[in-house]
Write a protein that binds this ligand. Sequence first.
Ligand SMILES: [Fe+2]
Ligand SMILES: [Fe+2]
Length: 323
Amino acid sequence: MNSSRMAGSLLVRHLTHHFSPSSTTTATTFLNGAATRSSVVWMRFANTSASVAQEETVAKKEATTAPPSTKDITSYWGIPPTKLVKEDGTEWKWSCFKPWDAYKADVTIDLTKHHTPTTMLDKTAYWIVKSLRLPTDIFFQRRYGCRAMMLETVAAVPGMVGGMLLHLRSLRRFEQSGGWIRALLEEAENERMHLMTFMEVAKPHWYERALVMVVQGVFFNAYFLGYLISPKFAHRMTGYLEEEAIHSYTEFLKDLEDGKMENVPAPAIAIDYWRLPANATLKDVVTVVRADEAHHRDVNHFASDIHHKGMELSQTPAPLHYH
Ligand SMILES: [Fe+2]
Ligand SMILES: [Fe+2]
């Protein structure tokens, strides 16, 4: 452990030598865009020779005196975790995502866009999705909070499966992905953040947790096989699933507007992830989530269209950071 600390300390000095010849940066502020990223990276690696010396002193001191404690596992090899603060000066409290992952959703996106199925493949994808809607409606009725939470456990699967398979393909074929691996993994992560948000609003019962396990087991394998056989079909189906998601969230919003559901304050994680105002409500959250689904719809129909033209995804630049 102690030698690890020393190694970590030396790593900091090594990085400092390369990245920070003279900086005296002492704090990181949470600003949007590229400037933020560079400032955060700067914060990560910037240091004064004085602070390196101080860190080394501390490391040496601990090496001789400090008994093992729980603090030993709060740093990475002797490198203390970076402290991030928000614009209002309060500490960034999430470790599951960072300020540079947060964004403002584009709620002006056209929610009514629909890909009209013309080929047999598209029609099959469309009717499979439509037929899945009926049992979902019967099971959840208008319990949209619960419905959203449960469906997001499924929605986060396609992007991960597609991204993983494209990753393996890239390795196998010694070729670049055109950004599609990252684009699909971004989608998976975004969907998972929807789940992290809705589970703050609706708590799953034990039988719902059990259902999620069964559905995930079936859906993951089915989608995996489906993507291997026909990524064109898989992306089209996801595009239609996203169209259904937009419809569900529109119904959710109607119930909130009609007072059928309480418009509770937005969860803190949602406020930070979508950069919502502090007084945001569940309605604001559903609005930005619905906008996300519309973006996923576009990405997946676009991906399917590329395959439809007989091309590979890697031949067309992926819509990265498309929110
Ligand atoms: Fe979602
Ligand atoms: Fe989605």
